[in-house]
Design a protein. Structure first.
Length: 276
């Protein structure tokens, strides 16, 4: 399905199930398959009903790749119009990964009274990558024998993005992450990274909101993309947040540590019902 924001911008989206709306937003350069792979196994086993709304961000997946929209402010505006049309006045849940976590906080600042819960997976806190407090990449648990079945360039890319690199994690990485990266418009991404910071400090807006709904912030101790230390600043914004730093987890935390990831997301869903 497509949401037409303008004649030159159509947002690709997919809706699964019925019930409480949940908007899930992927990270930079990926597509909705990242969020589908991570969260569908959880939601399909839930006894409660949730309407999962997955989107491909502009310039990524099947959405339009018009360069004039390569800005975080413009993408946020498109998402706001999308929410107004697809969700309307309903209360909903927000889930964002990496850049999607940055956009989710922008949406929270706008829809503060409608958002009943928030999950941030390895979220961007500092838009400018050079200013982030990042750990050094030093840890690797790779199945070298299996990696030799790939060409050298792809094997290097896999090892750069997975600490736990084995048949299971690599297959998921290819299906959920690398497939999306292959679709993204590189010119769009380069332009977006030059205009990556919101014109408004949304975290300051959230700080003034006293947002007291159940929240979850998941980070990887070895995350070399966004780190885990800067995310602690977010913890102070959400008085009802669970904050977790997982060992042996880079930026694909949900793939490398799926068991713990699933438990923590289910705990968040339970808190939304029992302790809202």
């Amino acid at each position: 399905m497509f949401f037409e924001y303008a004649s030159d911008m159509k947002l690709h989206y997919d809706i699964r199930g019925d019930g409480t709306p949940v908007l899930l937003i992927h990270g930079l350069g990926c597509d909705m398959n990242l969020m589908i792979g991570a969260f569908e196994p959880i939601f399909t086993n839930e006894t409660r009903n949730y309407k999962r709304i997955y989107v491909d961000l502009p310039g990524m997946g099947e959405s339009s790749k018009t360069l004039t929209y390569a800005s975080s402010d413009k993408i946020l505006t498109i998402l706001e119009k999308f929410v107004d049309k697809i969700i309307g006045k309903e209360h909903f849940l927000l889930v964002g990964q990496s850049f999607g976590g940055y956009l989710s906080r922008g949406l929270l600042a706008h829809y503060r009274f409608q958002v009943n819960g928030l999950t941030l997976l390895c979220p961007v806190v500092i838009p400018t990558s050079a200013d982030r407090d990042l750990p050094q990449q030093y840890l690797s648990f790779a199945d070298e024998k299996y990696l030799k079945t790939f060409d050298q360039k792809l094997a290097k890319l896999i090892k750069e993005n997975l600490i736990i690199a084995n048949k299971q994690t690599i297959e998921r990485q290819q299906k959920e992450v690398l497939s999306g990266l292959a679709k993204a418009d590189q010119q769009f991404l380069k332009a977006l990274q030059k205009d990556y910071t919101f014109s408004t400090n949304v975290d300051e807006v959230i700080a003034a909101m006293n947002y007291d709904k159940p929240s979850l912030i998941l980070t990887g101790h070895q995350d070399t993309r966004v780190g885990y230390k800067d995310q602690w600043k977010l913890f102070e914004l959400f008085p009802r947040a669970t904050f977790t730093v997982l060992d042996v987890a880079d930026h694909s935390l949900q793939i490398e540590e799926p068991t713990v990831f699933n438990v923590l997301v289910k705990n968040w869903l339970n808190r939304l019902v029992k302790f809202a």
